[in-house]
Design a protein around this ligand. Structure first.
Ligand SMILES: [Zn+2]
Length: 228
């Protein structure tokens, strides 16, 4: 058993070295160096590609440019401000419009693009029979600390977005405050959205988390893996 493990380890390391040195040619989809494609179906390398772009602003910008989002890049803010912003864009729309444009770090914008394209819209069509045309949010950037603590909120670096409701093509609104604890398709949709969001954001906090999140989903990147 030990020899088998050793042989597998040597094979994996040899493969990695071969790819890194350019001795081996992998198809782009199997090559870990290929940038993430937002609209391509997620696969076993998606997590690695997401991890890479969160650490590489130029790579993140390249990936975001290929997404469905309408956005404008923003200049970095002054370093001496309490909450300096780096690598930030103003997101204006996705497949669905927003109640207002918002500031987001590039990694947050990429996570949102993945979430909307692969889960939010497909779940709305599957469970509610129509698309989401407008996402109502409570904001992203806010220079503040986490309530009752000294730690800065992920909102202080524009790494988090609070989403409260989804307006559908027929004008109906599905909202966290009113539908999370209800019975029926709206609640089923919201629960499916929360679960799916956990695959694209590093933390998702909703009504099950605490009383501060009764009316919205807090979606963040760069934090801990919480999904409630
Ligand atoms: Zn929040």
């Amino acid at each position: 058993m030990r020899w088998l493990l050793l042989a597998v380890l040597v094979a994996v390391l040899g493969l990695a070295l071969g790819v890194q040195r350019g001795w081996l040619e992998l198809p782009p989809r199997w090559d870990p160096r290929t940038p993430l494609e937002v609209r391509a179906p997620p696969d076993w390398l998606s997590g690695w590609r997401l991890w890479r772009l969160r650490r590489d602003p130029a790579l993140c910008a390249q990936v975001l440019a290929s997404s469905q989002l309408d956005y404008v890049s923003q200049p970095d803010s002054r370093l001496d401000s309490d909450c300096p912003l780096r690598n930030v864009v103003r997101v204006r729309a996705g497949h669905a419009a927003f109640s207002a444009s918002f500031l987001a770090t590039c990694p947050l914008a990429v996570s949102y693009a993945l979430f909307e394209h692969h889960d939010l819209q497909p779940l709305a069509r599957e469970i509610l029979g129509q698309s989401v045309v407008r996402v109502e949010h409570f904001g992203s950037f806010a220079c503040r600390r986490i309530g009752g603590s000294q730690r800065w909120s992920r909102h202080a670096s524009a790494d988090a977005l609070d989403v409260g409701a989804f307006r559908l093509a027929d004008g109906r609104s599905v909202n966290v405050a009113g539908h999370w604890r209800s019975e029926g398709t709206e609640a089923r949709f919201l629960r499916a959205v929360r679960d799916a969001a956990c695959q694209h954001f590093q933390a998702v906090l909703g009504p099950e988390y605490d009383t501060a999140h009764q009316d919205h989903f807090h979606l963040e990147v760069g934090g801990f893996g919480v999904c409630r």
